[in-house]
Design a protein around this ligand. Structure first.
Ligand code: HSE
Length: 407
């Protein structure tokens, strides 16, 4: 029997206990022996819940118990999760987590500590919830040079954008509906401003480069400025608007960003709707590989944490190497990224000198019209550098939208 402790009995922690109980026999067959939850750490009491029998309030009880070999960290946030994880690994216990903040910030360091102590630090649930993406990157796509990862990495924003697209509704209205349904937090900033997706693409890019990609270095834009009018144009172009986390290798260097993109139906991410996530990986040999599933939610996320517990239980006392050094990876400069952009701005008329100069400098553009929208001009540029477009448009006060295009 392998003893497990669960830190935090919130959504994910209680899900971990549920998965371990519900699928006890299948998990036993996969591990070769039974997994038993010996402790659950939480500050609260859970009178009437069977978890009460295993509940402890003092982490030291778990840390000092030599019978506990694996810890599921489902606390979230940086502290005390960081200290608890570090001490567990130093004691030779493996830690499995869904905590993307911690993994993005301290992943490399915690992996190194795990290695030194013949333990494992696993974080399948930190990116894409229930979607297997971390282990496939580490163990399966090892024959390829990965040249691109692009993904819908946040369920909340994908739900909001899908509703805006299908119902023609405004961002604020859909956000409120998402909050009422429990798909968005009361404080939705981390999701809607792209910070959550940013940490996830930072983790994926660290794994692909083998070095530390700091999430602070990734240009991040959220979806709060996307309007119903943007979706009218998207519809006219038979496209959708998706919040993508992208890392693309150009001339030997990765460029990363999180931003809303116009995506057409030939891109497999176009069909990823609602709370679902999709991650597209491009390898130089395997070509495109797509991962799709539920990126959040109690059971999918807990399923991924428990799959890590199974892997840890099958490898007790043995470190599975993960290439992710603490050395910083220098991402390519965002301002140098080239792409096509959808731009909406006030139509000052063909005689306007500044407009004439703008279109001369942009060269040929593709004009777009949307039903019922007047008084503005909308177009898609040719490939142009971020910095160059910003400079050209800085002269105009009434630029309503700039959305990158990923056709
Ligand atoms: N708020 C996140 C999402 C949860 O919507 O995807 C999973 O990280």
């Amino acid at each position: 029997m392998v003893n497990v402790a669960v830190l935090g009995y919130g959504t994910v922690g209680s899900g971990v206990v549920e998965v371990l109980n519900t699928n006890k026999e299948i998990i036993k067959r996969n591990v070769g022996e039974e997994l038993k939850v010996k402790y659950v750490l939480d500050l609260r009491e859970f009178e009437g819940d069977p978890v009460q029998e295993m509940l402890v309030h003092d982490y030291d009880v778990i840390l000092k118990d030599k019978d506990v070999k694996i810890i599921a960290e489902a606390m979230g946030g940086e502290e005390p999760a960081y200290t608890f994880t570090k001490n567990a690994l130093l004691a030779g216990k493996s830690v499995c987590t869904s905590n993307k903040e911690l993994v993005a910030k301290h992943g490399a360091e915690l992996l190194a500590i795990a290695k030194k102590n013949n333990a494992n630090y696993f974080f399948e649930a930190a990116v894409g919830g229930g979607i297997p993406i971390i282990r496939p990157l580490n163990d399966c796509l090892t024959a390829d040079e990965i040249t691109e990862i692009s993904g819908i990495l946040n369920g909340t924003t994908n739900y909001i954008l899908t509703q805006m697209s299908e119902k023609g509704a405004a961002f604020e209205e859909v956000l409120k509906d998402a909050q009422d349904k429990g798909y968005a937090e009361r404080n939705p900033e981390a999701d809607v401003e792209g910070y959550d997706a940013c940490r996830k693409i930072a983790i994926l890019t660290s794994l692909v480069t083998g070095k530390q990609v700091d999430f602070e270095d990734i240009h991040t834009e959220g979806i709060s400025k996307i309007t119903e009018t943007d979706f009218k144009y998207a519809k006219a172009m038979k496209a959708s608007i998706k919040l993508l986390g992208i890392s693309r290798k150009i001339d030997g260097k990765f460029y990363s960003m999180v931003a809303p993109f116009l995506v057409k139906s030939k891109n497999p991410l176009y069909s990823v709707k609602g709370v679902f996530n999709g991650i597209l990986v491009h390898g130089n040999m395997v070509d495109d590989v797509m991962f799709y599933g539920q990126g959040a939610g109690k059971r999918p996320t807990a399923s991924a944490v428990v799959s890590d517990i199974v892997e840890a239980a099958k490898n007790l006392g043995k470190n599975i190497p993960v290439e992710w050094e603490e050395t910083k990876y220098e991402l390519g400069k965002f301002s140098e990224c080239k792409g096509k952009f959808f731009v909406r701005m006030k139509d000052k008329g063909l005689d306007d000198e500044e407009m004439t100069t703008l279109f001369e400098k942009l060269g040929e553009v593709l004009y777009v019209r949307a039903e019922g929208v007047t008084g503005e001009v909308a177009f898609i540029t040719n490939e142009i550098k971020e910095v160059e477009l910003t400079e050209l448009l800085s002269k105009f006060e009434d630029v309503y939208s700039i959305i990158r295009v990923d056709f």
